[in-house]
Structures are given as structure tokens and as C-alpha cells.
Design a binder for this molecule. Structure first.
Ligand SMILES: Nc1ncnc2c1ncn2[C@@H]1O[C@H](COP(=O)(O)OP(=O)(O)OP(=O)(O)O)[C@@H](O)[C@H]1O
Ligand SMILES: [Mg+2]
Length: 256
């Protein structure tokens, strides 16, 4: 089992969209995926139409009053499971901060999943801010998958992430953490800017940047309102094809 943190401290770059659609595209390829919604906003949760549940989140496992296995729910997609989030999770930030092992709570919570191998991949949908939940995700992850929006300040944002990773390594919370992959999102083929940004990011980060580039498409942004992934909402559209291509490439890099 591999734990992948889908993380970028910048908001609105496509973390949740990538967690949901890459997760579903990986499952289409036959692997078993657990998506953990680490964002109290619960966007990944509502993308699966599961927003009405109460008390189903990582809150209790993080505080040690339940195990993660109790909080794993099936979704309507075969082989895709989720630990949902709700606003309670925001409260966990404060309470975890008081615990001794506050940086490694998530890593400890996930330990049973590492040993039983029920899932091939655990995708952590991280919140945008650099709080306790995001730091816990970085401490628990085998690697990062960072979505970058094709816009002007993309490289500046990446420099910040690299620095954050160095801090997590130096803190001793996770000395093997690195950026495993970068996925360029919201690519607009009508502008030169998008192509220029992709070229710049590739020049700096080389092979780590996935060949698959996610286009900006309305289908991707409207799919969650139907409680569906884009693979189900618009199976033959450019968004679905891009996430499928990303999944194939991801599996080449992470053979199961
Ligand atoms: N490729 C795309 N094309 C069009 N819209 C997109 C695309 N990817 C994401 N979006 C839309 O952009 C918004 C931000 O995307 P998303 O929620 O995935 O980002 P995020 O990084 O998870 O945001 P946050 O930091 O708030 O958690 C959403 O409304 C989403 O539907
Ligand atoms: Mg999000």
C-alpha cells in the first residue's frame, strides 16, 4: 500500500478534483483506492454525494477514540472507498495540537491499513492551509502528488512546497518525503500562457511532471454537483480522458 498526499498549500488548484477523478480512474484499472478527505470543507466527500452523514470523519480516529476501519465507507464506484470529512474535523486541529505526538497522529491512525493491505493506494485530499491536518498528511505520506494550476505564479508556489517538504524532513516527522509527481491542471489550450507555464515547470522538475495534462473543462467542475466523477458524468470527454491517462502513467510509476 502506498500513501499519496495530494497537496499544495495554494487553494483551488485542483487537489480535490484530482483526488476524486484520479482515484476513480485508478479503480477503473482494477486497483483498490481509499480516498481520505482531510479537508473540513468536505469537497471530496460531497463529490461522492456523501455530505449528509454525521460523525463520519477522521476526527475520532485522529483523537484515538475510534479506529480508521470504522470510518471507511464504500462509494457508488467499485473499488473506491472514502473516509469522509465534515466541519468537526476543523475542531480536531485544535485538539490534536494538544497531544504529544501531534505531527504523527495520522501516520499512527493509518498504520493498521499498512499492515492489512486492503488498499493499493490511499489518497489524502489535503486542505489548502498549512495547518496540523496538512502537516499530519505530509508526515504520513510516502510521497506527494502536487497539482499545479497552469497560471503565472505556478513556479513560485512550487518553490514553497519544496521548502515545506524540507521542513517536514528536518523535523524528523518523515525523512523520506518527496514530491513523487506534479500534475498540471486547468490547462487552457487557447492561451500561450498555459503552454508556457507547463514548459517552465517541466524545465525545472523534469520527469517528475506527468505527461498527462488536465484541461480546463466545465465537465470537470460540474461533475461533483451530480455526485459523480467525470468518468461517469462525461466518460468520453477531454477531462475523463486526461484523468485516465494520468492513472495509467501513475500505475507505470507505481506498479502494483
Ligand atoms: N480541470 C478543471 N477544469 C475546470 N474546472 C476545474 C478543473 N479542476 C478543478 N476545477 C474547479 O476549480 C475549483 C477548484 O478545484 P478543486 O476543488 O479541485 O481545488 P482544490 O485545490 O481542492 O481547492 P481547495 O484548496 O479549496 O481544497 C473547483 O470548483 C473545481 O470544480
Ligand atoms: Mg480541495
Amino acid at each position: 500500500m502506498k500513501i499519496i498526499a495530494i497537496a499544495n498549500q495554494k487553494g483551488g488548484v485542483g487537489k480535490t478534483t484530482t483526488a476524486v477523478n484520479l482515484g476513480c480512474a485508478l479503480a477503473e484499472q482494477g486497483v483498490r483506492v481509499l480516498i481520505i478527505d482531510l479537508d473540513p470543507q468536505g469537497n471530496a466527500t460531497s463529490s461522492f454525494g456523501l455530505q449528509e452523514l454525521e460523525g463520519e470523519s477522521l476526527y475520532e480516529p485522529l483523537l484515538g477514540t475510534a479506529t480508521i476501519v470504522d470510518k471507511i465507507l464504500p462509494t457508488r464506484v467499485d473499488r473506491v472507498f472514502i473516509v469522509p470529512a465534515d466541519l468537526d474535523l476543523a475542531g480536531a486541529e485544535v485538539e490534536i495540537a494538544r497531544l504529544d505526538n501531534h505531527l504523527t497522529r495520522l501516520a499512527e491512525t493509518l498504520a493498521p491499513l499498512r499492515s492489512d493491505n486492503t488498499f493499493d493506494f490511499v489518497l489524502l485530499d489535503c486542505p489548502p492551509s498549512l495547518g496540523i491536518l496538512m502537516t499530519n498528511a505530509l508526515a504520513a505520506a510516502d510521497e506527494l502528488l502536487t497539482p499545479i494550476q497552469c497560471e503565472y505564479f505556478a513556479l513560485e508556489g512550487l518553490v514553497k512546497i519544496v521548502r515545506i517538504i524540507e521542513q517536514v524532513r528536518d523535523s524528523g516527522a518523515n525523512d523520506r518525503l518527496e514530491i513523487g509527481g506534479i500534475v498540471m491542471t486547468m490547462f487552457d489550450s487557447r492561451t500561450n500562457l498555459s503552454a508556457q507555464v507547463v514548459a517552465d515547470v517541466r524545465a525545472h522538475f523534469g520527469e517528475r511532471v506527468y505527461e498527462a495534462v488536465i484541461p480546463r473543462t466545465v465537465r470537470l467542475s460540474e461533475a461533483p454537483s451530480f455526485g459523480k466523477s467525470v468518468l461517469e458524468h462525461d466518460p468520453n470527454g477531454t477531462g475523463a480522458r486526461a484523468y485516465r491517462a494520468l492513472a495509467v502513467e501513475f500505475l507505470q510509476r507505481h506498479p502494483v
